[in-house]
Write a protein that binds this ligand. Sequence first.
Ligand SMILES: Nc1ncnc2c1ncn2[C@@H]1O[C@H](COP(=O)(O)OP(=O)(O)O)[C@@H](O)[C@H]1O
Ligand SMILES: Nc1ccn([C@@H]2O[C@H](COP(=O)(O)OP(=O)(O)O)[C@@H](O)[C@H]2O)c(=O)n1
Length: 297
Amino acid sequence: MTFIKSVQLTFIASSLSKQCKNIIKFNKNPSKNLFQLAIDGPAASGKSSTARIAAQRLKFEYIDSGAMYRAVTLAALRQNLSPLSLDDASKISQLAATSHIFIHTIFNPPPIAHTSSSKPSLPQTLVYLNGDDVTHDIRSPEITKNISGIASNPDVRRVLVEKQRAFANGIYDYEGDKLNTIRKSSKGVVMDGRDVGTVVLPNADLKIFVTAPARIRAIRRFKELQQSSTNKSLIDFNKVLEDLEKRDKNDYERKISPLKKADDAILLDTRDMSVMEQADKIIELVLERAKEKNIDL
Ligand SMILES: Nc1ncnc2c1ncn2[C@@H]1O[C@H](COP(=O)(O)OP(=O)(O)O)[C@@H](O)[C@H]1O
Ligand SMILES: Nc1ccn([C@@H]2O[C@H](COP(=O)(O)OP(=O)(O)O)[C@@H](O)[C@H]2O)c(=O)n1
């Protein structure tokens, strides 16, 4: 359980991006018990969409740990460093330590034009690398292809795990300032990734391991890529499946912090569930656990 002392910081988000022109007030409340929810699982199992919906409904902060590995991969590629080269490994971990990665979720984005107004837009997570909005760049096939090399670098992991724990405790460094990303109204944090329940937050109040067969996950990723692509014919399902299985293998078999269900995690197979059903189930589990632990959500 996290007890954090009282500091109030005001941060002018317009320095980050034109998209965030409002002034955000951050607050740390000394006697507040923040519920920690850890969601792990393989690619496209539904972690981030359900985590964002659960965070929105439960008034939790959302931390996408995978986005941090993606941002470091982008930073390395931009400097022509090779994720698999032993010669570049220490330069890359240095880069992870000195890069400012800021993750900001907009919980109530305006409805997208041309969609039915009755269909609410899902929360959107924006990712900044040293002040640049890299939300889309970090999802490119080039980053996805190179990420396993970065994720198996032990020094990168050490640096990012430290940042993730600080983030989950409400303290996050951005351009030299200590920033508290926990909103005054926040009742908890949800973090998704591969090692959140096993390594990053081993004492999380609730751990969920989300899974689904590779083919089903590849269909989801294929549809997602098609939606965001300007040239749909370039997206080949077999290639998506092959890449996903290759990344799963790297994540499961990596020596350091492999993808693994924590012993005390609840397994959630999402093959026959919709995104909303997954989110409902997770929220139900959080509320049950909070009741058992006498945590007021
Ligand atoms: N249960 C589900 N049924 C159908 N599509 C899903 C389901 N869960 C997630 N998706 C879709 O699959 C894609 C990947 O989901 P995402 O939440 O990003 O997975 P992860 O964070 O595990 O990689 C997204 O386009 C999402 O809308
Ligand atoms: N906690 C984490 C999160 C991600 N990662 C790595 O980062 C990659 C991308 O994570 P992601 O969550 O963005 O990937 P998707 O599940 O969205 O495809 C994973 O395949 C892992 O190699 C990790 O090693 N540890």
